[in-house]
Design a protein around this ligand. Sequence first.
Ligand code: NAG
Ligand code: NAG
Length: 485
Amino acid sequence: MKFFLNSYKKAIFFTIFIYCMLITPLKGAKTSVSSSSSSSDQQPKLITYFKSTTLLKTPTIKDLQNQSRTSKINLFTSSDCSIWTKECSNEILKIAQKTEHVKWIKSVRRKIHEHPELAFQEFETSKLVRQELEKMEISYRFPLATTGIRATIGSGQPPFVALRADMDALPIQEAVEWEHKSKIAGKMHACGHDAHVAMLIGAARILKAREKNLKGTVVLIFQPAEEAGNGAKRMMKAGALENVEAIFAAHVSHQHPTGVIGSRTGPLLAGCGFFKAVISGKTGQASNPHHSIDPVLAASAAVISLQTIVSRESNPLDSQVVSVTSFNAGDNLDVIPESVILSGTFRAFSTINFYQLLKRIREVFTEQASVFRCSATVDFFEDKDTIYPPTVNDDTMYEHVRMVASDLVGTTNFKVVPPMMGAEDFSFYSEVIPAAFFYIGIRNETLGSIHTGHSPHFMIDEDVLPIGAATHAAIAERYLNEYGS
Ligand SMILES: *[C@@H]1O[C@H](CO)[C@@H](O)[C@H](O)[C@H]1NC(C)=O
Ligand SMILES: *[C@@H]1O[C@H](CO)[C@@H](O)[C@H](O)[C@H]1NC(C)=O
């Protein structure tokens, strides 16, 4: 996910990551998909499951690990899980939490963490993934979009449901001192994509172990270039979504305690674009301004006018942002410069609003420039793949995630989250098929995993890995259960 923290990249594209403060009541949070998943049904099961001594105690992830290790699987009722019970979720957790599985999944993540690779250069990461898939006898297609992989598990028949992990790292020097610190200078998995890959590999193993249960096909998408270069778009062009009817993906989050899952229905992450405008006038001595055409004044008026697009033209209930983040002109205190270069970013939660913002930003620059006898050109970097549509969760797919997660980690460990102004190229998938994106917590104060993505201090609580693997696996298996025949 892109946070655009400008302290780590000088590029004009990067701006400050803003948490949106909109917390609206959600219809999805209260409704349930199937009768067996209503909270009144679930609460007693939850208490039995966690054998809680205090009924109101929120089960912690430690309880969850302990529980899945000690739970007795009832082999007579679990059968093929075509009728899903709590025991089926337990079985998945139990596989995920096996000591040997946890050790392996951590080792995969650590290897990737030590060797971070930037967008479209994930050659070693991709090779590692393929080696693990081969060991598990999971077939795959490679390469898609240079380093991408599409693996399949299950019957080979419809329905096809996809799980996606992104593989690329960031051009950041790791500041965390630990045994498995990045060995590549200036590159770091500072956004948790190493964990995403490990969780999906972990899910592959669980799903392979349960392949006979799968009433359709799970497609695992290992994608390059989420941070830069629109890897998702390239994967789609290469056929990653062939036959796929729904897609899910997770992102680690330092905002939630380890293993807590969060999502929301509808718009989750903003659409994101950047602009660079050049306003040109005529240079001249500042003491005789009438001999020049001042682009600084024109640019200043444009900055003010840009702020009125959101404040006066947009629905206040529909969050949008326009920020000018860079303003550069001459360096001689006595000379009116020839031109001013302004850059910035804009965000919106619907595609229509997003393109409306783009149109108005262009108009404001050109029209304001002409008021002051200047001319303007505006570049939106469309050719450089820096435009991301909003990430919108499908209502039904969101409900599926909520149901699966609540069953797996407990209703109290599922949170409805507010939309955020960050952007994600998962949005390209969500534009074409029903999709749901969710967060999985990595916050642990003791460990210090409290830093935001794109910070050189970013780290995760690795206890998230088995839980994330189990969540992915359960989402896919239960999807096929519900929609397969
Ligand atoms: C784990 O479960 C066992 C058996 O139920 C129990 O005796 C033990 O206290 C639990 N440990 C923790 C850390 O909860
Ligand atoms: C945080 O991590 C430490 C070390 O692994 C662990 O002992 C502790 O239980 C964790 N805390 C939470 C809330 O998960």
